[in-house]
Design a protein around this ligand. Structure first.
Ligand code: KG4
Ligand code: ZN
Length: 335
């Protein structure tokens, strides 16, 4: 089954063609980073306007790189939520128009289900059930993902009580004067730094629950900068590494605690922050020591993309799920 996946929930306009939910024939992403950088973050209205301009060229490019026409597609999958309302609407309306004009089945995909299915595009995807840690700019959540009557079921085990991990990366990067999006900049600078140079708080680390909190860490960084000034050179590398370590430590600790509690030995890391090199290394090492397996999507499939939406959508289409032409975007869609 060849599925066209569309994703416009935030600031990436993305389309991909995926075969059988496993093999991408194309994966085109038009990033709006340059549009939003001067504002230091995503401006929702600018995001939707840019999706309008970019989406059809991106779909054409995805089809042409895959070497297929719309007629040769077996279904269309689109992110219906959660995300920015105007941004989501562009993708949903376009998907409905394409499905109607080409008479193709349409399916709605939850953005986080998309992230959790990115791992199905890896050469060696995990079996169900697995523990999914979704860490992105908008979410930090732990799910037990099982199959019930052939369809994935997502049980929320814990989530952030305030900022998402990616949001903490981006806000702290802004405090440090680094360009948006900050996660990737901090990852890069941290590579040359000492993660033990400073000790930042690990909120809720020793609580019995699986929730997260990152707003205190952000405040700790702000106070640190007020006290010590903005560092440069090696001191900046050390500060980035120490801040990153506080996030990575808590994420790895909670993921392992969840896996142990649920008796699931497979952990899937996904979402934009899953591209973080230190998080990938620490989680792999700690899970290995605990006899658990970690599954990591390729870094390009961690941040928002159309292939993960096509992969998740294929699962639903194959089991007969369909969305009607009354499908609407839902910024607060539940998984
Ligand atoms: O999944 P995503 O592309 O969009 C959302 O659904 O939010 O995630 C974007 C987030 C941003 O906060 C960005 O800074 C973060 O992922 N990110 C990273 C890295 N690459 C992207 N954070 C840490 N290290 C990275 N290498
Ligand atoms: Zn995302």
């Amino acid at each position: 089954m060849r599925v066209l996946g569309l994703e416009t929930s935030c600031d990436e306009t993305a389309a991909a063609v995926v075969v059988d939910g496993r093999r991408p024939l194309s994966d085109v992403i038009a990033s709006q980073i340059d549009v939003h950088r001067r504002w230091g973050g995503v401006v929702p209205e600018l995001a939707s306007r840019n999706h309008l301009v970019q989406l059809l060229p991106v779909v054409d490019e995805a089809l042409s790189r895959a070497g297929v026409t719309l007629d040769q597609i077996d279904g269309i999958a689109v992110t219906a939520g959660p995300g920015l309302a105007g941004a989501l609407l562009v993708g949903v309306q376009a998907a409905k128009a394409l499905a109607w004009s080409a008479q193709k089945p349409l399916v709605a995909v939850h953005h986080l289900a998309g992230h959790l299915h990115a791992i199905r595009l890896a050469p060696d995807p995990p079996e169900f059930p697995f523990l999914g840690l979704v860490v992105s700019g908008g979410h930090t959540s732990l799910y037990a993902v099982t199959l019930a009557d052939g369809l994935p079921r997502y049980e929320l085990l814990g989530c952030t009580l305030d900022d998402a991990a990616g949001e903490a990366f981006d806000k702290v990067a802004k405090l440090l004067g680094l360009p948006y999006p900050g996660g990737i900049q901090i990852d890069r600078l941290a590579k040359g730094g000492d993660p033990a140079a400073w000790r930042f708080p690990r909120a809720l680390a020793h609580e019995g629950n699986l929730d997260f909190s990152f707003s205190g860490l952000k405040t700790a960084l702000r106070l640190h900068l007020e006290r010590h000034g903005r560092p440069e050179g090696q001191a900046l590398n050390d500060l980035c590494a120490s801040f990153q370590e506080a996030i990575v430590d808590v994420l790895a600790q909670k993921a392992l605690a969840a896996a142990r509690r649920e008796g699931i030995a497979r952990i899937v890391l996904c979402g934009g922050v899953a591209a973080n090199s230190r998080l990938r290394a620490v989680l792999t090492e700690r899970a290995g020591a605990a006899g658990m397996a970690v599954f990591l999507p390729a870094p390009k499939l961690c941040t928002d993309n159309g292939a993960m939406i096509a992969a998740a959508g294929t699962f639903l289409l194959e089991r007969g799920e369909r969305a009607g032409l009354d499908l609407n975007a839902d910024p607060a869609l539940r998984l």
